[in-house]
Design a protein around this ligand. Structure first.
Ligand SMILES: CC(=O)CC(=O)SCCNC(=O)CCNC(=O)[C@H](O)C(C)(C)COP(=O)(O)OP(=O)(O)OC[C@H]1O[C@@H](n2cnc3c(N)ncnc32)[C@H](O)[C@@H]1OP(=O)(O)O
Ligand SMILES: NC(=O)C1=CN([C@@H]2O[C@H](COP(=O)(O)OP(=O)(O)OC[C@H]3O[C@@H](n4cnc5c(N)ncnc54)[C@H](OP(=O)(O)O)[C@@H]3O)[C@@H](O)[C@H]2O)C=CC1
Length: 284
């Protein structure tokens, strides 16, 4: 199936990055969020990224404008009536995602593929609220989307080979590398990454070392580009907590219990970079 029109639901850090790479690859993109200010925030980040490319001589001013022209605003899921592919990147919460998928299933044309960028929620459970579970799939991009090469592609129980292959081809067109993974909580990426981050938070909680020392050990000792606490702030502490809860509930092993300090930070609204404060303080 040829994909031309793509709709992205959620204009946060992931949705805006996905919209950018789709528009760069020549697709028509509708970027949906609930209010205009969220769309404007997303398009602002995309514009800043493209401007950096222009300044570094990687794109011309005309190319930047062409890419921006391909992205239009949507404030209503009804705009999915002509989509070939919808990629949902709204908040990591099953109720929110299921209600979006129910609505999209009613609105999107019958040939449309409904993909989710969920970090950890079961694809099969999201697919189950639609009448087209064979066309529902996980398309898990990494943050920051314009930079990171991987897209984890997750089949739900009913996903067909044809849908898998269409999404795999699309991923290549976005200049990304697809890796196929089965539908288990956290898939591969977050089943391995998040327990490491959670353990780093426990080390801080237990006073084993300062946050800077924990990050330095992993950066200088293991060559990680960011220390785990910096990375947690970058991902978003709300998202980190949701993923740990899904691993804990879904796999039923106490080794996945979220650190109480992570819960406390999220309860305080210290969600990391996106709110200006997490383990570290950020000034824009
Ligand atoms: C939670 C989930 O479900 C899954 C996930 O996504 S987990 C998170 C996965 N991501 C990671 O682990 C990221 C780890 N961090 C890194 O790889 C690096 O720190 C980084 C790529 C983010 C930044 O790299 P850096 O070398 O420290 O900084 P910097 O030199 O400023 O940036 C490198 C390049 O990335 C670009 N870049 C950095 N941040 C960017 C952003 N937020 N958006 C777009 N581009 C960005 C820069 O423009 C720069 O590009 P050029 O070299 O082509 O000019
Ligand atoms: N952060 C990361 O590193 C990664 C995250 N992901 C996944 O991507 C998804 C998005 O995460 P991220 O971009 O970080 O989160 P953000 O909080 O940055 O963005 C989520 C966006 O979705 C919007 N939203 C919420 N509900 C709806 C709705 N019903 N319809 C349309 N938009 C809605 C939010 O609006 P509002 O602000 O009003 O709530 C917000 O703008 C999550 O599933 C997450 O697990 C995947 C890979 C990496």
């Amino acid at each position: 199936m040829a994909i031309q029109k793509v709709m992205i639901v959620g204009a946060g850090q992931m949705g805006s990055g996905i919209a950018q790479v789709c528009a760069q690859a020549g697709f028509d993109v509708k970027l949906n969020d609930m209010q205009e200010e969220f769309f404007q925030r997303g398009i602002g980040v995309i514009t800043k990224n493209l401007q950096r490319d222009v300044e570094k001589g990687r794109k011309s001013e005309a190319e930047k404008e062409e890419i921006l022209q391909r992205i239009s605003m949507s404030l209503d899921l009804k705009d999915a009536t002509d989509a070939d592919l919808v990629i949902e990147a709204a908040t990591e919460n099953m109720d929110i995602k299921q209600s979006i998928f129910k609505e999209l299933d009613r609105i999107a044309p019958s040939h449309a593929i409904l993909a989710t960028n969920t970090s950890s929620l079961p694809i099969t459970e999201i697919a189950a609220v639609t009448k087209r579970p064979e066309k529902v799939i996980g398309m898990h991009f990494m943050n920051p989307v314009p930079v990171m090469k991987l897209v984890e592609i997750i089949r739900g129980l009913a996903t067909t080979d044809e849908v898998y292959e269409t999404v795999e081809n699309m991923t290549h067109k976005l200049s990304k590398t697809p890796v196929e993974v089965n539908d288990f909580p956290g898939f591969i990426s977050n089943r391995i990454l998040l327990p490491m981050i959670n353990e780093a938070i426990y080390a801080l909680y237990e006073g084993v070392a300062s946050k800077e020392a924990i990050d330095d050990v992993m950066k200088l000792g293991m060559n990680h580009p960011m220390g785990p606490l910096t990375l947690a702030d970058f991902i978003g502490l709300d998202t980190c907590l949701s993923i740990m809860e899904i691993l804990h509930d879904g796999l039923g092993d106490s080794k996945y219990r979220p650190c109480p300090l992570l819960r406390k930070y999220v309860a305080a609204g210290w969600l990391g970079r996106k709110t200006g404060r997490g383990f570290y303080i950020y000034e824009e």
